[in-house]
Design a protein around this ligand. Structure first.
Ligand SMILES: Cc1cc2nc3c(=O)[nH]c(=O)nc-3n(C[C@H](O)[C@H](O)[C@H](O)COP(=O)(O)OP(=O)(O)OC[C@H]3O[C@@H](n4cnc5c(N)ncnc54)[C@H](O)[C@@H]3O)c2cc1C
Length: 332
């Protein structure tokens, strides 16, 4: 198979990869984005279940920076994003603790935002990269499906341990300082469960329970959230539970997580279906000090993602922007 040639190859079509690719393409570069998933989005993940949908990765986003807030305002104007809530219940069965901090969601589910960013980009999905090699001043990147790419610059946005494995497979030697910084980045796991119900299920308005120090720190009703025609609840387990039950049979996970829903189920509530998603890399536990790492002493190679910009959608967005700008400068 002949290699595809491009100025920049971006591995990972999550928020960071897509934002970087948009930045580079609008500056006139040829960019190809590749992702191992069936669709773009990474942890911006929405699943169809029965006649409804459920967000099972990121649930909403917030803005701490003016740059991301301005982008959110544009997405709201375009009709893509809406203000979901100013706060959630921290345990109360009836009320929420609105704290004046806006939480935004995406009409139709969080994954729509990724699809929006990817429109107009050249994206190869179902393409799992397995090796990165160097050919003089260029990168040669091979995928499991036999696809090969040649690029002047390479941006890696998968969770860092996965990016390092690609370089190790091609025996790319990073500078000691870069390798040390990258190897110190770790992530916590999260088991997500989605439960489809008929009958009455009552989560406090606006459809979310958030309890940071709880085994199940997050419960959301995707119908109350406004993205699903059916009652589908998303639960996230904390890192301790997720580690303990990682290899447990799904039926055991479903049973133990479902027990936490009891207070919210009325007598006619019936479980129709349950699905599990294991996120090995849900949130970075340690962060790199800057929004992008440009590798030393190699052809242009950058690392980006939420481990660089901050452990949430906003961080991935800001890291993607910084990576795009850094690569532009490095190529000029
Ligand atoms: C359960 C959960 C709940 C969350 N809740 C929130 C929330 O409420 N608010 C918030 O702001 N953030 C939340 N987050 C975090 C947020 O989702 C992430 O910070 C953000 O989406 C990360 O984007 P990214 O582009 O850095 O990485 P990712 O979205 O992980 O993108 C990396 C991409 O690389 C691809 N990839 C990996 N290896 C390869 C390979 N070998 N070849 C090709 N492609 C590859 C992956 O398929 C993936 O699409 C949550 C995350 C999880 C998992």
């Amino acid at each position: 198979m002949e290699s595809k040639t491009t100025d920049v190859l971006v591995v990972g079509a999550g928020v960071a990869g897509l934002v970087a690719a948009c930045t580079l393409q609008s500056a006139g570069h040829d960019v190809i984005v590749v992702d191992k998933g069936r669709s773009v989005g990474g942890r911006l993940a929405t699943r169809r279940i029965g006649g409804g949908v459920a967000d099972h990765g990121a649930q909403y986003f917030t803005a701490r920076s003016n740059e991301f807030q301005a982008q959110i305002d544009r997405w709201i104007k375009e009709g893509l994003v809406y203000l979901w809530a100013m706060g959630f219940s921290t345990g109360s069965l009836t009320g929420n603790e609105a704290n004046g901090h806006p939480r935004y969601a995406v009409h139709g589910g969080m994954n729509r935002l990724a699809k929006h960013l990817a429109a107009g980009l050249n994206v190869d999905v179902d393409t799992k990269i397995q090796r990165v090699e160097r050919q003089g001043a260029r990168w040669l990147v091979s995928a499991e499906n036999g696809e090969r790419y040649e690029a002047n610059a390479l941006l890696l946005t998968p969770p860092v341990p996965q990016s390092l494995a690609l370089l190790d497979a091609g025996q790319i030697a990073l500078a000691d300082e870069d390798r040390h910084a990258l190897e110190s980045i770790t992530y916590s796991p999260c088991i997500a469960a989605m439960f489809r119900f008929t009958g009455d299920v009552k989560l406090p308005v606006p459809g979310g329970v958030q309890r940071p120090a709880h085994t199940i720190p997050w419960i959301a009703d995707n119908q109350q959230k406004g993205i699903s025609d059916e009652r589908i609840l998303t639960l996230h387990a904390d890192p301790d539970y997720s580690r303990r039950y990682w290899d447990a049979p799904e039926v055991e996970i479903v049973e133990t997580m479902q027990a936490y829903l009891q207070p919210y189920l009325k007598s006619d509530a019936r479980l129709v279906e349950a699905q599990i998603k294991r996120w090995r890399y849900s949130f970075p536990e340690t962060l790199y000090a800057k929004p992008v790492l440009l590798a030393a002493a190699l052809p242009v190679l950058a690392f980006a993602g939420d481990a660089f910009g901050g452990p949430r959608v906003e961080g991935a967005y800001l890291s993607g922007l910084a990576a795009g700008r850094t690569i532009l400068e490095a190529l000029s």
